[in-house]
Design a protein around this ligand. Structure first.
Ligand SMILES: [Zn+2]
Length: 105
């Protein structure tokens, strides 16, 4: 008998200041990576889905991101506070309101 399943992991890559399109505030956003892996006998083998999104720390709305934008945002998140001018600040346009997945433990 084969025992297979899925493992879900949530990673916070960095936190950066961005303008939230939902709550209309400039506030911290968590840059998150959500990975689902296929497991066999409780051993995670390979990822079957990876999602990246910005999550507003104020209202919780998630904005999905293309993978090509991640390195730039991680660099922006590690920059000193206030060093990013407002014209270059990320402005989110949320497509998914509310919680798309149940909260992880
Ligand atoms: Zn917000």
């Amino acid at each position: 008998m084969l025992i297979f399943g899925f493992q879900r992991r949530l990673f916070t890559l960095t936190t950066l200041t961005a303008f939230c399109g939902a709550c209309k505030y400039t506030c911290p956003h968590g840059l998150r990576k959500f990975v689902t892996k296929f497991t066999l006998l409780f051993v995670p083998l390979f990822p079957i889905n990876t999602e990246r999104y910005l999550e507003c720390e104020r209202c919780g709305v998630r904005s999905h991101l293309p993978a090509r934008d991640i390195p730039k945002l991680v660099e922006q998140g590690s920059a000193p506070l206030g060093s990013v001018p407002p014209s270059e600040m990320v402005r989110t346009q949320p497509r998914v309101a509310g919680i798309a997945w149940p909260d992880l433990p």
